[in-house]
Design a protein around this ligand. Structure first.
Ligand SMILES: C[S@@+](CC[C@H](N)C(=O)[O-])C[C@H]1O[C@@H](n2cnc3c(N)ncnc32)[C@H](O)[C@@H]1O
Length: 203
């Protein structure tokens, strides 16, 4: 699994690796202003900043100190408050029933850690709160071979709809689909890509 040093070196330049605009799926959904949002693995902060601009109270977590510093800079440049913390989502002290939205955007972990993260995230939602998740599927390996940029190159880190249905079996699944999306997120997510999208609601 990639560690903090890997992500620090990825984020070391001035550019935002995945751009400054939010993930398109995250941005396609409605959010009630004033709600609390958590964005684990927010990298350089584009998605946390977006949710703050939509009027949510946002906390973000990331392994990378470089990413967290850039997330704070992006929030400041855009004039919004984001509480950005350097933390490992696997050891962080997750609150219970605290959030209205938890956004998991391309946070790829091996299966045992993925299940643990998803269990913690569900417990951290208020009743009625939503998990919004997008991740690359195993079909992305073929897309990479065809020239698409983005996603882990190890099958064990890629997520299927079936994985997510099992992980969120205790929630209402509002949306779960594997699709091909045309990606234009900074320099590192580019081209026709195979992703899975999920909206799961805590009951
Ligand atoms: C592919 S990047 C995506 C960043 C961001 N979600 C986005 O879409 O722009 C994956 C991010 O997950 C973070 N990450 C990976 N494992 C993590 C962990 N155990 N705890 C916290 N962050 C983690 C990395 O540091 C990296 O910033």
């Amino acid at each position: 699994m990639a560690d903090a040093a890997f992500w620090d070196s990825r984020y070391a330049g001035g550019d935002y690796a995945y751009g400054e605009a939010p993930n398109a799926f995250l941005a396609s959904l409605d959010y009630a202003p004033g709600g609390r949002a958590l964005v684990p693995g927010d990298g350089e902060g584009r998605n946390g900043v977006y949710l703050a601009e939509r009027g949510l109270k946002v906390e973000t977590l990331d392994l990378s100190a470089e990413g967290v510093a850039k997330a704070r800079r992006l929030a400041s440049a855009r004039g919004v408050a984001v509480e950005a913390r350097q933390a490992d989502v696997l050891t962080w002290d997750w609150p219970i029933a605290a959030y209205d939205v938890i956004a998991l955007i391309y946070l790829h972990l091996p299966a045992p850690q993925r299940r643990l993260l998803h269990t913690r995230a569900l417990a951290a939602l208020k009743p009625g709160g939503r998990i919004v998740l997008e991740a690359f599927t195993p079909a992305q390996l073929e897309k990479q071979a065809e020239g698409a940029k983005g996603g882990p190159r190890e099958a064990a880190l890629l997520y299927s709809a079936e994985d997510l249905r099992a992980d969120f079996a205790g929630a209402e699944i509002d949306l779960l689909q594997e699709i091909e999306a045309e990606m234009r997120e900074g320099a590192l997510h580019v081209g026709a890509s195979a992703v899975v999208r999920l909206v799961a609601r805590k009951v």
